[in-house]
Design a protein around this ligand. Structure first.
Ligand code: ME8
Length: 538
């Protein structure tokens, strides 16, 4: 009896252990969550595509990935936008959220979840965190007297006055307010954060953004963060669980999405810290591997967020990857001046992959970018239609015409070049260097197009004595097309599938390990070639 009992216990312990060890940490990538106070624009599309390409690359490289994006639905901006349309804020958000979800589909994002901060799973988590932090003494209530701009939803300081003592009209009406609020003790952690960022160079990337954060932290004294708004002034927010007269400041609410959704999926690390009645852990997500954000929200992510996490005793994300801002024709994108790029219109006219290609090839992750319609057309024509498109179309058409679509014997003339491009691309993808990876892939496109011109298979086809040489050329071209499909898959997923289909391959081109030379088998019959990027006479 005793032995049997022991046996049972031993088995239970063993099963528990196996369950834990088979759960491996996923590559967790997030984007900023967008305010739902209008329609998505080029900047939003760019950020989500960057994150999607990183997510797809990691999956292709064999990692398990969790990709999160979504919407920031509380706060003054959204409340005002709803009021302007005479709508209840929740109804307003629900209607717009449908458009943003459709937009994510249009971009073919491979996100694993889509958070809306008005969802109970998020609101309840934010309240639980607030209660914990309050119980642990991280907050205090204080009165603040100052000049307040309702338009900008902020208190102004002496520094904001113009030389004549007045405030700029852009602040709208400025009134003196005496207001009680809750504050989070940020200041105490300033030195710790400086040391952390200095010791962890990868934490904020690119380097110049890291230096910007360090410069800010070293030259300013961090003021405590006001984490509440009185309901008398703003009621569209998550109520503070310990004081019904206040709602949560929108940034404290929004940043928490990165862990509330991880908790909703049963993340081991978050559950251990944040939930008292602990559920069974189901997944390992936290810490995030990459938070992709724009340059304007760097301080929130690289200063407030790490300190909030430290207070919650949670590990910090591994990287905050900061992209620049798009302009159009050298000027700010703005709905009011009409200087906009409508991503949906571009996608409808030119195709999703052409849009994804242009934004990623044109702009590295970091600096600001400039959209011009002429630049877009030039890249479409040179790199897509005449580059990749022409290569695939003529390679497969010749294979069809000269060999009835049957793959000839293996040959490895371009193998070394393809291997070099694949190795470089792999290394660059691991460093999230998307623009450089595209350059590397296109070096193979260019090489293969040169190879067609140099070997002139259309001439070889006229000479029966050159039959073996023609076989070699056709194999090299078809196999290069196959390798290219695998390499471009994270960037241009639809095109990659089309190339595989035209090659008559039924698998999916989404495994980087397939980018090795010689997988196309002699005797295999390819499918029907058709242009990938139709030429446009513009
Ligand atoms: O800031 N070019 O939301 P948001 C490139 N809700 N990126 C741009 C851009 C442009 N022209 N304009 C905006 C918010 N972005 C908060 C985020 S996260 C916990 C909360 C980027 O809708 C911007 O930099 O104003 C940000 O990363 C994202 O779009 C959402 O901006």
């Amino acid at each position: 009896m005793r032995t049997r009992m022991n046996g049972k216990i031993a088995i239970a312990a063993f099963v528990g252990q196996t369950a834990r060890s088979i759960m491996s940490k996923r590559f967790y990538i997030t984007t900023a969550i967008d305010y739902v106070n209008g329609q998505p624009h080029l900047g939003h599309a760019y950020e989500k595509i960057v994150a999607d390409v990183i997510a797809r690359s990691r999956r292709s490289l064999g990692q398990e990935v969790f990709f999160l994006t979504g919407l920031d639905e509380h706060g003054q901006k959204v409340q005002q936008a709803a009021q302007a349309e005479k709508k209840d804020p929740q109804e307003y958000c629900d209607a717009l959220a449908a458009d943003w979800l459709a937009f994510a589909k249009k971009l073919e994002l491979t996100n694993d979840d889509f958070v809306r901060t008005t969802e109970p799973r998020h609101k309840e988590f934010v309240q639980a965190i607030l209660s914990k932090l309050n119980d642990a003494g991280h907050f205090y209530k204080a009165s603040y007297k100052g000049f307040y701009s309702a338009k900008e939803e902020t208190f102004l300081t002496e520094k904001d006055r113009r030389p004549d003592g007045t405030f700029d009209p852009s602040y709208g009406e400025v009134v003196e307010l005496l207001e009680e609020n809750y504050y989070f003790k940020l200041g105490a952690h300033q030195q710790w954060l400086i040391e952390f960022i200095e010791k962890n160079p990868a934490f904020v990337q690119p380097d110049y953004r890291r230096n910007e954060v360090l410069g800010f932290l070293k030259n300013n004294t961090l003021e405590d963060l006001c984490i509440s708004r009185p309901v008398t002034r703003l009621n569209w927010g998550i109520p503070l669980p310990f004081d019904k007269d206040f709602v949560t400041y929108v940034w404290f609410d929004a940043l928490v999405n990165y862990i509330s959704i991880a908790a909703a999926h049963g993340d081991e690390t978050i559950l251990a810290k944040a939930e008292s009645g602990r559920r069974k852990a189901e997944i390992e997500l936290w810490p995030a591997d990459v938070h992709v954000i724009g340059k304007d929200i760097l301080k929130f992510h690289a200063v407030y967020w790490p300190i909030m996490l430290k207070a919650m005793e949670l590990p910090l994300p591994k990287q905050i990857l900061v992209h620049g801002w798009w302009q159009k024709d050298g000027a700010k994108i703005s709905k009011s001046t009409g200087n906009i790029v409508d991503p949906v219109a571009v996608i409808d006219e030119w195709g999703l992959d052409a849009f994804r290609f242009y934004v990623l090839r044109e702009l590295d992750i970091g600096p600001d970018g400039n959209w011009t319609d002429a630049g877009f057309r030039a890249r479409y024509s040179a790199e897509l239609a005449n580059g990749l498109g022409n290569l695939v179309n003529r390679s497969l058409s010749m294979l069809k015409r000269y060999r009835n679509g049957i793959v000839p014997a293996k040959s490895d003339e371009l193998a070394a070049f393809a291997a070099k491009a694949a190795d470089e691309t792999r290394a660059l993808l691991k460093q999230n260097q998307l623009q450089a990876a595209l350059q590397s892939i296109w070096s193979l496109v260019t090489r293969a197009n040169q190879y067609v011109d140099q070997t002139a298979p259309f001439k070889l086809a006229k000479d029966p004595a050159q039959s073996k040489r023609l076989d070699e050329v056709l194999y090299n071209l078809a196999e290069t097309c196959r390798v290219l499909a695998v390499l471009i898959q994270p960037f241009l997923p639809g095109t990659a599938v089309k190339i595989y289909t035209q090659l008559g391959l039924t698998e999916s081109p989404d495994k980087f390990s397939e980018a090795v030379w010689g997988k196309l088998e002699p005797g295999h019959k390819i499918g029907e070639p058709s242009p990938l990027f139709p030429r446009k006479d513009v």
